[in-house]
Design a protein around this ligand. Structure first.
Ligand SMILES: Cc1ncc(COP(=O)(O)O)c(C=O)c1O
Length: 329
């Protein structure tokens, strides 16, 4: 099968568990399941480890000695790139947006612990990230290194195909899922799931919940990633606009800013199921999920794909928001 010939290094604990959310189900009279990619393992896990299994294998094939990527100061992707590098005996250089702060917390703290080289870029234009990666690559080459550049969120063809493979894994656990809900940031995870559903679960609709960009921008990006990946790996499927559903209604006050609906969803998952979500990605996606369940908008059984991000609970900013919110009964 297509992606099974692509080089891959084992980094994640797979398959991740598929669980039924019994307490939420009886409260809301719904058939809801969760795919626990928060439990992929290495350094607190998360969705990016699946992508890194393919990206790091490509880096190894190219005999690279340094993984280089870019993200926000609290990037889960950057943290897991650092962890993958540590495990594989490679260097990691992380270009982080924003300013260095005196005290590190959450993912930033873990980046330091994992021994990555951190470079803070300050207030940079989000459209110029590639320029910064290119400049870093040139610098590392001039110092005698062989860097491997991983784009924002690991969202290129290799990142996408990892989630296409993940749907095959899901099919092995349960075949009748009708709707998948997932957080959408740099779009690679959702793009891979869309292709995977086309291949393995053709009756399943994929709904992405944007946590950052407007929905029309993401729809274009999803189409581009899906089309390129189909071409690159010669997948026997085609894709059209009707396969792409991404909602921009649950971003709240902005990327990484916790909001009331997201916090309520975090509370529901914690108190009813003992499952921890994060305020930036999975909390907002779960808020959308619960809202759409209340409006009977989703075909069942529904799967919520937990993409991880749990270190985001332990940042100074979320400590401020969350301790206020959760000390209410
Ligand atoms: C916890 C978590 N969930 C979801 C996403 C979104 O994945 P993608 O960037 O592939 O859209 C990210 C991306 O950083 C993430 O860290």
């Amino acid at each position: 099968m297509f992606f099974e010939k692509i080089p891959r290094i084992e980094l994640a604990n797979l398959p991740t568990p598929l669980e039924r959310l019994n307490n939420i189900n009886s409260q809301k009279n719904v058939d809801l399941w969760i795919k626990r990619d928060d439990l992929t393992g290495l350094a607190f896990g998360g969705n990016k480890l699946r992508k890194l299994e393919f990206l790091a294998a490509d880096a190894r094939e190219k005999q690279c000695d340094t993984l280089v990527t870019i993200g926000g100061q609290q990037s889960n992707h950057a943290r897991l790139t650092a962890a993958a590098a540590a495990k594989l005996g490679l260097r990691a250089t992380l270009l982080l947006l924003g300013e260095k702060t005196a005290e590190a917390s959450g993912n930033y703290l873990l980046d330091l612990l994992l021994g990555a080289e951190l470079k803070f870029l300050g207030d940079v234009n989000a459209l110029e990230l590639e320029k910064h990666l290119k400049r870093e690559k040139e610098q590392l080459v001039s110092l005698g290194h062989n860097p491997y550049i991983i784009p924002l969120g690991g969202s290129n063809n290799l990142g996408v195909i990892s989630y296409t493979a993940a749907v095959k894994e899901l099919k092995g656990q349960r075949e009748n899922i009708k709707t998948i809900i997932t957080a959408c940031g740099s779009a690679g995870t959702q793009a891979g799931i869309i292709l995977g559903c086309k291949l393995f679960l053709p009756d399943c609709q994929v709904v992405g919940i944007s946590v950052w960009h407007p929905a029309d921008y993401l729809a274009e990006k999803l189409m581009e990633l899906c089309t390129e990946t189909i071409k690159e790996f010669q997948l026997p499927i085609s894709i059209s606009q009707k396969d792409i559903t991404v909602l921009g209604d649950y971003i709240g006050a902005g990327y990484g800013v916790p909001d009331e609906m997201g916090l309520a969803a975090i509370r529901t998952f914690a108190r009813r199921e003992g499952i921890i979500l994060d305020p930036t990605y999975t909390g907002k996606a779960a808020a959308a999920l619960l809202d759409m369940i209340d409006q009977s908008k989703l075909s069942e059984p529904i799967l919520f794909w937990h993409t991880g991000g749990t270190p985001g609970i332990f940042t100074h900013s979320s400590a401020r928001h969350l301790s206020l919110e959760f000390s209410k009964s």
